[in-house]
Design a protein around this ligand. Structure first.
Ligand code: CA
Ligand code: CA
Ligand code: CA
Length: 126
């Protein structure tokens, strides 16, 4: 009897999981990228490091003027010592500060919801 309940619950959970996955897939297709529902500080650091490496076309560990995407003035502000180059350290410091601002409830993870809230609110003004 108890087993049947467990199996029933498991089936229910699986069904929910599938529906969730379908919805997320649809969202991702709509936005053309896959935002994880919850991002840990570690995930965020990894994502930002990959982003840095993507931007750093000559792989010298620094982002210079010609490597900044024109639209992203945040990168210019990431240049803490104003020497015209954004080092990996400057970049990640800025990125982690951004993460901490997005982590509204300070639990060390940023949910899609927190990201949405900060994106739409004044906190998004980086
Ligand atoms: Ca570079
Ligand atoms: Ca610098
Ligand atoms: Ca949080």
């Amino acid at each position: 009897m108890r087993l049947a309940v467990v199996i029933g619950l498991a089936a229910l959970l699986c069904a929910c999981g599938d529906a969730e996955a379908d919805r997320e897939a649809a969202d991702a297709a709509a936005k053309n990228f896959t935002p994880p529902a919850v991002t840990s500080r570690l995930d965020w650091g990894g994502q930002q490091e990959r982003r840095f490496n993507d931007l750093d076309r000559n792989a010298d560990g620094k982002l210079t003027d010609d490597e900044f995407p024109r639209v992203d003035s945040r990168l210019v502000r990431a240049d803490a010592n104003q020497d015209g180059e954004v080092t990996k350290g400057e970049f990640s410091e800025r990125a982690m500060a951004r993460f901490d601002r997005m982590d509204l409830n300070r639990d060390g993870t940023v949910t899609s919801e927190e990201q949405e809230t900060t994106r739409n609110g004044t906190l998004a003004a980086d």
